[in-house]
Design a protein around this ligand. Structure first.
Ligand code: DUC
Ligand code: ZN
Ligand code: ZN
Ligand code: ZN
Length: 483
């Protein structure tokens, strides 16, 4: 059975034009005027865009003594409801656990996905087994490796481990990613704050100021440069980190920054709310920042120094958040956003003129498809691409509320916010998963997307000073210094 999307305006990362789209066998079969099909979806007055890709989710993840509350079923249902047709989740080995063992767990959980998905693999410890298994992981189509520079004593890796893993990524044509916060400093600050009697959620923000993120981002960029790999910095929340990324890009390094929709639209005042639950529900790392940092992130999206808008969707119920009553360091870190990313970014970005419609498509879908080497299968409206599409009604409005959300949790950090711009239809490989706001997803419909290593974008940062290249050894056998 074929489906035709009629009378819409196609919006891609670089073009805006009127055409119908014919979908057959889960792929885009034709684009042009006057197309016919078995099933007709009316896109009059709407934009037809590549479905959103959220490259940063934590579904059913064991973390801080509990599990994030949205699993692959509710999480991907929320995604589709908001126009996102693919998620990339982090397979997270516990320290000492093998990568392939963790991957088996994630394969199993993701069997319930309603939309397509891929994984990044986290490197949470270092050793020969990890070194060896990284190759098998790449062979499985997982070509990006995430490193935590924070969560000391749990997930954090040190600089020697970071350097070793980055060099392994370079050998394998894989992309390293970092959660950039100085975990040693954060641990010190947490201990000091608690000792001084600062136990509430606001102390979480005090414990992780922008400097810890700026320092770690700079350090990761320099380590990546020495290892000869590009770098992807997840949840860039502040000017300090953005500035490091901007500078690296100006120097010709392949470094990408990923602000979250939460950091773009919510600020640090949330932590001073008189209601403990309200503040604790917004505890995540990095924390929300001041308006000045938000302006920096918006400017980065407009200028191209920041490339992708994600969510870090890691949802916990109020009951789970209350584990941290009396000790802010035990509040599970994380917020949701999968259903709201696209409408919130459209409302606060496109309708305000901060970004264009084409930039919206770039930062919600196309850029990450290219960075992760899955373009144009994903992130494109082109003949032959997967029919992951959203028919976007820019005039539709709603008030965000936990009462009507798909997520399994009992609140929403955007509660009460008005959005303008919502999906009329969301298609997942041709299957109509949302129609007129009605969610009709199919559990298990989602497929794993394997990725090839060595994308064009996965070349060394700065080849003219590639420190991994063979260098002449002078008389006496002392390696040449410098480059
Ligand atoms: N930050 C969060 O807030 N939650 C999950 C992991 C992370 O880095
Ligand atoms: Zn993180
Ligand atoms: Zn509240
Ligand atoms: Zn994360």
């Amino acid at each position: 059975m074929s489906t035709v999307i009629k009378n819409g305006t196609i919006v891609t990362a670089d073009l805006t034009y009127r055409a119908d789209v014919l979908v057959e066998g889960g792929k885009i079969a034709a684009i042009g005027p006057g197309l016919a099909g078995d099933q007709v979806l009316d896109a009059s007055g709407c934009y037809v865009m590549p479905g959103g890709i959220d490259p940063h989710t934590h579904l059913e993840m064991p973390f801080m003594g509990t599990y994030s509350a949205d699993d692959f079923e509710s999480g991907t249902r929320a995604a589709l409801a908001g126009g996102t047709t693919m998620v990339v989740d982090f397979a997270l080995p516990s320290p000492g656990q093998g990568l392939l063992d963790a991957l088996r767990m994630w394969d199993n959980k993701a069997g319930r996905a309603n939309c397509d998905y891929s994984f990044h693999m986290a490197v949470t410890w270092w050793g020969e087994q990890v070194f060896d298994e990284m190759q098998a992981v790449v062979g499985r189509g997982i070509t990006s490796f995430k490193h935590f520079m924070a969560y000391k004593g749990a997930l954090m890796v040190n600089d020697d481990e970071l350097f070793a893993s980055f060099r392994r990524c370079a050998e394998l044509g894989a992309l390293p990613m970092v959660h950039a916060e100085n975990g040693d400093v954060v641990a010190e600050m947490c201990a000091r704050l608690l000792a001084e009697g600062n136990t509430g959620p606001e102390a979480h923000a005090y414990s992780r100021p922008p400097q810890v993120e700026g320092e770690a981002t700079n350090r990761a960029i320099m380590i990546a440069d020495m290892a000869g790999v590009p770098l992807y910095v997840v949840h860039t929340s502040c000017e300090d980190s953005h500035e490091a990324i901007r500078r690296a890009r100006m120097q010709g390094k392949r470094v990408w920054g990923e602000p979250l929709i939460q950091h773009l639209t919510l600020d640090e005042s949330e932590y001073f709310h008189p209601d403990w639950d309200h503040a604790a529900r917004r505890v995540m790392s990095p924390p929300f920042r001041s308006k000045a940092h938000q302006d920096s992130l918006w400017a980065g999206l407009a200028s191209g120094s920041l490339s992708v808008v994600a969510t870090d969707h890691c949802a916990f119920t109020t009951e789970q958040k209350r584990f941290g009553k009396g000790d802010f360091t035990r509040i599970p870190n994380g917020t949701g956003g999968l259903e709201d990313r696209m409408p919130m970014l459209w409302t606060h970005g496109v309708t305000t003129g901060r970004i264009t419609m084409n930039e919206f498509v770039a930062v919600t879908s196309t850029n990450i498809a290219k960075i992760l080497n899955m373009y144009p299968k994903k992130g494109a409206v082109l003949v032959g691409a997967d029919a992951d599409l959203v028919v976007w009604d820019a005039e539709a409005t709603k008030t965000i509320s936990a009462a009507s959300q798909q997520s399994a949790i009992d609140y929403n950090v955007f509660e009460g916010k008005q959005v303008k711009g919502l999906p009329r239809y969301t298609l997942s490989r041709g299957m109509v998963a949302v129609a007129d706001g009605k969610v009709q997803t199919r559990e298990g419909h989602g497929q794993f997307v394997a990725r090839e290593p060595g994308a064009a974008v996965n070349k060394a940062l700065s080849a003219w000073k590639d420190l991994t290249a063979p260098r002449p050894v002078p008389r006496g056998g002392i390696p040449a210094s410098g480059v």
